[in-house]
Write a protein of this length. Structure first.
Length: 135
């Protein structure tokens, strides 16, 4: 994420205050491990902070163990919950609900893109109501 911000600010001259309007930065890893793999390296949540920005790490990927850590610290979780219009407890419940959905897909053997997309579309309509859409 720091590399992305460095490119946008340093190479492109975009002020930090404008970069904060991106909301999320999600760098990807594309590589090989017994075949091609694609992973989210990190999920960062950006917020305006005066003329600068605050960067909250929401998730990281451990390449060695091929595992993800999500909302490991309290401050990013609270910032995301506030932005989403949820209490931290409700955010935890939503994360657990979504994790259960994804585990169910794995257990059911859903692997094709159309199959997973259809399941996600059905799941999305049953979600929590939080922050209204911008605009």
């Amino acid at each position: 994420v720091e590399g992305v911000l460095g490119q946008l600010e340093g190479d492109r001259g975009i002020p930090k205050r404008q970069l904060a309007n991106l909301t999320f930065i999600v760098p990807l890893h594309v590589g090989r491990r017994e075949g091609a793999i694609r992973r989210v390296r990190e999920v960062a949540f950006l917020q305006p902070n005066g003329e600068g920005l605050s960067v909250h790490t929401l998730a990281t990927w451990d390449a060695g163990g091929d595992k993800f850590t999500v909302l490991a610290e309290r401050a990013p979780k609270e910032a995301l919950a506030l932005w989403a219009g949820l209490s931290p407890e409700r955010l935890d419940a939503e994360i657990e609900r979504r994790e259960g959905f994804l585990r169910g897909l794995l257990e059911a053997g859903a692997v094709s893109i159309p199959e997973v997309n259809a399941a996600i579309e059905g799941f999305s309509g049953s979600g929590v109501k939080g922050r209204p859409p911008a605009g």
